[in-house]
Design a protein around this ligand. Structure first.
Ligand code: ZN
Length: 227
């Protein structure tokens, strides 16, 4: 890892994608963090134009900074879709400065947006691993899980209803089989408290006399209890 002066507000450290640049002191919004520097490549020179690496910073059609040199600390800064810094480009001065666009706290990783071209060429094929994209993926995964659970619950409910319907149908069928269709009188007899319906008239009388006698006895008991 490169040596960085302890006066600087950052250090190189482990990040999700490998190495990254992290704040060690509070960095105010708008403050210059570090310069992105390296040899200037002239696209008009065949030798320069042939150079290819991940740290090329295009200033304009003609000039590109080759930031792959070890001393260029800014090359450790990772891309983020919702960054806390930006690349401040002065094509005429052929100079790039990484500047904070938010207040950055110690421990926070410093990021800037590498731009659409870089994103399409390098990040989209492997999936951007910045915080914002990770969050988005996490949310999508959670939503997919919830949807799956919803569908499962619905399928289980449906299966349960189907099973209940089948059970009810089977019960109906069984009941229809057990009911002897040819002896309706026996069934009636059972309805009259199992007395077989042999002397229905006699039973009615007995029941009547019961109604006449019992309330009196009960009245007597009640008056005794209240006395
Ligand atoms: Zn991203």
């Amino acid at each position: 890892m490169p040596a960085i002066s302890p006066h600087k507000p950052y250090r190189v450290g482990r990040s999700r994608t490998g190495l990254g640049l992290f704040a060690t002191k509070p960095i105010k919004k708008g403050a210059k963090i570090v310069r992105y520097f390296g040899p200037l490549l002239d696209s008009k020179k065949k030798k320069d134009d042939a150079i290819e690496n991940k740290y090329l910073f295009e200033l304009n059609n003609r000039w590109t900074i080759d930031g792959s040199v070890r001393k260029n600390i800014a090359r450790y800064i990772n891309h983020a879709c919702k960054p806390n810094a930006e690349s401040d480009v002065s094509p005429r001065k052929r100079k790039v400065v990484i500047r904070a666009i938010k207040n950055i706290s110690p421990g926070e990783e410093i990021n800037y947006d590498y731009g659409t071209d870089y994103f399409k060429a390098y990040l989209k094929p492997i999936g951007c691993k910045c915080d914002a994209c990770e969050k988005k993926r996490k949310k999508q995964r959670a939503e997919a899980r919830a949807e799956k659970a919803r569908l499962k619950a619905r399928a289980e409910k449906k299966a349960l209803r189907k099973a209940e319907k089948q059970a009810a149908k089977a019960k109906e069928k069984l009941a229809a089989k057990q009911k002897p269709a040819g002896k309706p009188k026996a069934a009636n007899g059972r309805h009259l408290n199992g007395h077989g319906g042999r002397s229905a008239a006699g039973k009615v009388i007995a029941a009547k006399s019961g109604i006449v006698v019992k309330p009196r006895a009960r009245q007597g008991q009640e008056s005794q209890a209240s006395a």
